[in-house]
Design a protein around this ligand. Sequence first.
Ligand SMILES: NC(=O)c1ccc[n+]([C@@H]2O[C@H](COP(=O)([O-])OP(=O)(O)OC[C@H]3O[C@@H](n4cnc5c(N)ncnc54)[C@H](OP(=O)(O)O)[C@@H]3O)[C@@H](O)[C@H]2O)c1
Length: 278
Amino acid sequence: MEHLDADSLRPRRRCLITGVGGQLGHALEREFAGDEVVALDRAAWDVAHPAGRLPWTPDLVLHAAAWTNVDGAEDDPQGAAAVNVGGTANVAALGVPLVSYSTDYVFAGTKRTPYLESDPPGPQSAYGRTKLHAEAAAGEQAWIVRSSWLFGATGHNFVRTMLRLGAERDEVAVVADQRGSPTYVGHLAAATRELVDAGVPFGVWHLAAAGDCTWADFAAAIFAEAGLTCGVRRITTAEFGARAPRPAYSVLRSEKGAPELPHWREGLRACLAELDGA
Ligand SMILES: NC(=O)c1ccc[n+]([C@@H]2O[C@H](COP(=O)([O-])OP(=O)(O)OC[C@H]3O[C@@H](n4cnc5c(N)ncnc54)[C@H](OP(=O)(O)O)[C@@H]3O)[C@@H](O)[C@H]2O)c1
């Protein structure tokens, strides 16, 4: 008789992923490929509306769909709330364990040491407020995973924008007075699986890359790693003039023993390698 180990006898977990068209949703679909996965983009489930019929009841929902246009949320806070708060409530209504992603932008950014899970939130932007309300809407059976400055090989993100601008220009102006931890979605997806598989209690968990930097430092690292000669002109948040306020400091760390992620520079190299292989 063929040898069967414990893993091959265990029924496969059924995972539902929302927002699979986004950069994190894409990484989650890859990371959870060993499970039985149904991954839905916005066309398959607009989360602002209750779920339709699902092929099966999931064991786990990974909720990556969100309104992520931070400046756009200032112009249409109700639209952002419908997706982020209403959408999370619709996902929670499925009544199964849920990973709901949140953000460093729930914090005011006035600290100069890392934000821990127990620190009081104080969002400064409409987007941050919707994400904080979404944390409450996720309910009692949820791991609220806060992360920061996401980037990956797909979708809209800072790395892809800098690679494009760095190839077109001699210099780019980049904000040098906001500090955070740029997090590669592949590393966040892996840490999410580790967190869930460890069976840790529901509640807020901080999962962000090790190390920290400013956007200007990050841009310089992207150009260096990609072999681009483009220069970085360091500017202030006020000079950049975005519509939504951003925290000046939003490094996240865990005081609860959350899985540790690799350094952001390692994430950058992994992302560039993924782009090279694409
Ligand atoms: N990006 C960051 O820097 C960052 C930082 C911290 C936390 N987060 C959080 O991490 C999670 C994933 O973010 P991400 O960077 O992967 O964002 P993303 O690339 O913008 O992906 C979000 C996805 O959600 C979809 N979506 C928007 N409205 C929807 C709706 N009503 N119904 C269903 N899907 C909808 C989008 O579809 P369309 O493409 O059609 O709009 C998109 O595919 C979010 O909860 C975000 O708040 C992000």
